[in-house]
Write a new protein. Structure first.
Length: 84
């Protein structure tokens, strides 16, 4: 499991196009949208891509000014199932 939280700043006039691009990215979910260009995202590993790949590609989206990693959690262990 690998999950990250990111604050993304976009040009307000390009925000709708940025949202559309984010919606197509595997593992990326918009959690909060301040309508002024500030967007909070979570990124999770998927079979189609890693959080690192998704984070790196954020800066390539037209209209993105900055993306800041706020929180990252990684755990390779799976929770144990209770014995029955």
């Amino acid at each position: 499991m690998n999950i990250s939280s990111v604050v993304l700043r976009a040009k307000p006039e390009k925000l709708e196009a940025v949202r559309i691009q984010l919606a197509t990215m595997p593992g990326v979910e918009i959690c909060a949208d301040c309508k002024d260009g500030c967007v909070v995202l979570t990124i999770e590993d998927t079979a189609r891509g890693s959080t690192a790949d998704a984070y790196a590609s954020l800066r390539d989206i037209d209209g993105v000014i900055n993306a800041s990693l706020v929180y990252q959690y990684c755990d390779d262990a799976f929770p144990e199932e209770p014995e029955q």
